[in-house]
Design a binder for this molecule. Structure first.
Ligand SMILES: NC(=O)c1ccc[n+]([C@@H]2O[C@H](COP(=O)([O-])OP(=O)(O)OC[C@H]3O[C@@H](n4cnc5c(N)ncnc54)[C@H](O)[C@@H]3O)[C@@H](O)[C@H]2O)c1
Length: 325
């Protein structure tokens, strides 16, 4: 079975992908510096076909040691500093991730990795100029360091293909949520608040729209790209195109969980909060017939997951457990 190395594999998306690949019998190597990730997101210890390295991808010496020891067939480069507030507050740290991208490219070439998968972001489109946002046609308008690092990252992978023949697939993830996402992202934050009866806090007037992709849609699609050699040397949006405003999302979560929480507004961010997001999904849909997980199902799964992981305790609940059934 192929050996797959996942950077950021103790995070939300990387951790879920690692778990899926371990269940499928792959040899999985997880590399993470636990900056926002956690060992709780690693696959179950009952499986022996995975290994964890507590390593910083941006540090060439330590990451090359892991790569040379493990010699993976495929690499998923998902490690990155994430989160709007965190990345706005730490721009120099964000730029450090360019080192990690270069390290991944160099080492994948040196070790003849068959293909590298890169988690780019909808943020590369920047403040939107047209809808839906389509991979080739829509201009990239990235201005903030996080978005620029992703855009330059894409250029790295395309250039290493051109010069050294390293195959890649670039996924532009649109908001991807699941029970294991850190608590500072919108769905997890709203669901936690609704379960406990705390205020659901909306930044600004809440008219900004987003689309939300449940984690299973992301990782099962990725698995198909890996196993069926799909989208080799291509860029594609990976997400859901059901658009909702942040304010409506707050109401939806409150109603879905039958919560007494109040919706309250905080001052708008000065930058970093795009007005609208909507992916064109023709490429993604060309390779899958399955329906995407709807928001109601996803919200309930997140709530169940938070209970199961002890992130919200039963004695903190103000909603009926029957809602989750
Ligand atoms: N989840 C989304 O909505 C979304 C949207 C667009 C893009 N992305 C991208 O997808 C990837 C995964 O995001 P996520 O939601 O799982 O976030 P996450 O924070 O849960 O995962 C990122 C992981 O990378 C690790 N990490 C960060 N810097 C590292 C470094 N230098 N060396 C090793 N490990 C490091 C963190 O500890 C964490 O476990 C990221 O590259 C992110 O930019 C995610």
């Amino acid at each position: 079975m192929n050996k797959v190395l996942i950077t950021g594999g103790a995070g939300n998306v990387g951790g879920a992908l690692a778990e899926l690949l371990v269940n499928k019998g792959y040899q999985v190597i997880i590399v993470d510096n636990l900056l926002t990730g956690s060992k709780d997101k690693l696959p179950s210890k009952e499986f022996s076909n995975w290994k964890f390295h507590h390593t910083d991808v941006n540090d060439y010496d330590s990451f090359s040691k892991v790569m040379k020891e493990e010699r993976p067939d495929y690499v998923f480069h998902y490690a990155a500093l994430v989160g709007v507030d965190r990345t706005l507050a730490n721009p120099v740290m964000v730029l450090e991730d360019l080192k990690g991208i270069r390290n991944v490219c160099e080492l994948c070439v040196d070790l003849n990795v068959k293909r590298v998968f890169f988690s780019s972001s909808s943020e590369v489109y920047g403040e939107p100029v047209e809808f839906p946002q389509e991979e080739e046609r829509t201009p990239l308008n990235a201005k903030l360091p996080y978005a620029q690092v992703k855009a330059i990252g894409e250029a790295f992978f395309k250039s290493y293909k051109q010069t050294y023949g390293l195959d890649f697939t670039i996924f532009r993830f649109f908001n991807t949520y699941g029970p294991k996402q850190s608590g500072d992202f919108v769905i997890g934050k709203f669901v936690r608040a609704a379960m406990k009866g705390d205020d659901i806090t909306i930044i600004g007037d809440g008219s900004q729209t987003r689309t939300f992709c449940y984690i299973d849609d992301n990782i099962y699609f990725t698995l198909r790209c890996l196993e069926e050699d799909l989208f080799v040397n291509q860029v594609l949006n990976l997400g859901n195109d059901n658009e909702i405003s942040v304010k409506d999302l707050g109401c939806f979560i409150k109603e879905t969980l039958n919560s007494p929480s109040n919706l309250v507004h905080l001052p708008a961010r000065e930058e970093g909060d795009m007005t609208r997001r909507l992916p064109a999904l023709e490429r993604m849909r060309s390779a899958t017939n399955s329906d995407l997980v709807d928001l109601r199902t996803g919200v309930i799964r997140v709530a169940e997951g938070l209970l199961e992981m002890g992130e919200v305790n039963e004695d903190e609940l103000v909603i009926s457990l029957g809602i989750l059934a």
